[in-house]
Design a protein around this ligand. Structure first.
Ligand SMILES: [Zn+2]
Length: 386
């Protein structure tokens, strides 16, 4: 029994759309506030989903109600509290360093489940500033400065040293990081800066004319670095690169891909031209092109070119299991309605279109072939009365 596990009694309960809230005779759960999330844990084996303080009462949110008077064992999740204390204390250090050494004010902050964030009053903070900030913070961590909590009467506070003025009265909780910070704060903290391990900035974004930094500290920072290394290691393995060469190599690969795409497009246009030239040797009213291995864009390109010569073009693309019909608008056939009716008669595929072009998709190449044959047969027989 102690701070993490304790015996207590339910003193009040109420219900709202989020669930059942209970108050306890004694609680060690931290209620959400000051940018720090609520503690996790259990009360009588029920999971505590949220903790909120309203006036002087701390309310614990549970899925099921506990009757007033119930004696219960409560358990605060020590690991998640410790993590929150680390992220929260890191915020104190970041805010103090940013203000004292860079002259930048912290406007707002919050601890998230993955990352925490800090909105700072500047529009000029880039990655080189981040590196310098991280070095300054790491130096304070190496120095392992003690962090102490003083509960003082408002008259006993050294107001000149306060980072932010407070209008609280009565007993005030002051958190002091030796030689760095003196702040009225109700959050939870680690006992020395060394316990932060490291503070790692994960992103820098411009918002509302300010800058929003996200960061991770402690075990979260270790996980972030491990995850980045894992991602980079896979890239290195694929591209045979090193940290020094990878950025240039990725740009090179991207440029090469853009070049290849241009070449493929040019080749497709040449293939389309050649195929169409061959088709035009035939003097058919309906021309069918079957694309068994080519991409959908090439089939479409060929069909468009055939249609432009005044024929009715039928294109079947096996890779996409797609049928494309097209004419140049001079024919009296509403090709969309024609295709839809043919598919309805066959009971396969889904599609339709406009007066001069239409498309359909099929569940198998067999269905596509069946539909292609029927479409061509009907067009050639002239059994289209649209
Ligand atoms: Zn604090």
């Amino acid at each position: 029994m102690g701070e993490w596990q304790f015996e207590t009694t339910v003193t009040a309960q109420r219900k709202d759309e989020r669930g059942h809230w209970i108050a306890l005779q004694e609680t060690h759960f931290y209620a959400e506030g000051g940018g720090q999330p609520a503690d996790a844990g259990t009360i009588a084996d029920e999971t505590v989903q949220d903790v909120q303080q309203v006036d002087d009462v701390v309310w614990h949110l549970l899925e099921r109600p506990l009757e007033v008077g119930t004696a219960a064992t409560a358990q605060v999740d020590e690991a998640s509290r410790h993590d929150h204390s680390i992220q929260h204390t890191a915020q104190h250090v970041l805010t103090a360093v940013l203000e004292d050494r860079y002259g930048i004010e912290t406007l707002s902050f919050g601890i998230g489940p993955e990352e925490s964030s800090l909105e700072i009053g500047t529009n000029a903070f880039d990655w080189s500033s981040v590196e310098s900030l991280e070095r300054d913070v790491q130096h304070l961590i190496f120095e392992n400065r003690p962090i102490t909590v003083h509960t003082l009467l408002d008259g006993e506070i050294d107001r000149a040293r306060l980072r932010k003025p407070t209008d609280r009265t009565g007993m005030i909780r002051i958190v002091e990081i030796e030689g760095l910070d003196y702040n009225a704060c109700g959050g939870t903290h680690v006992v020395s800066t060394g316990q932060l391990g490291t503070v790692h900035v994960t992103s820098v974004k411009k918002v509302r004319g300010n800058v929003r930094l996200t960061y991770v500290a402690g075990a979260r920072a270790l996980r972030a670095v491990q995850s980045s290394r894992d991602a980079l290691r896979q890239v290195h393995q694929t591209l045979s690169t090193t940290n020094e060469t990878v950025a240039a190599r990725v740009v090179e690969e991207r440029n090469a891909r853009i070049e290849r795409e241009k070449e493929v497009k040019a080749l497709e246009a040449r293939v389309a031209k050649a195929k169409v030239a061959a088709f035009l040797q035939e003097d058919n009213y309906v021309i069918t092109h079957i694309g068994k291995t080519e991409g959908e864009t090439l089939t479409t390109m060929i069909i468009e070119r055939i249609a432009a010569t005044g024929r009715i073009a039928v294109g079947a693309n096996h890779t996409a299991q797609k049928l494309i019909l097209m004419h140049d608008g001079t024919h009296d056939i509403a090709i969309g309605k024609f295709l839809k009716r043919t598919l309805d008669d066959l009971g396969i595929g889904r599609g339709g279109g406009s007066h001069k072009q239409a498309q359909a998709r099929f569940e198998s190449v067999l269905d596509l072939e069946k539909a292609t044959a029927e479409v061509v047969k009907r067009l050639q027989e002239g059994v289209v009365s649209c």
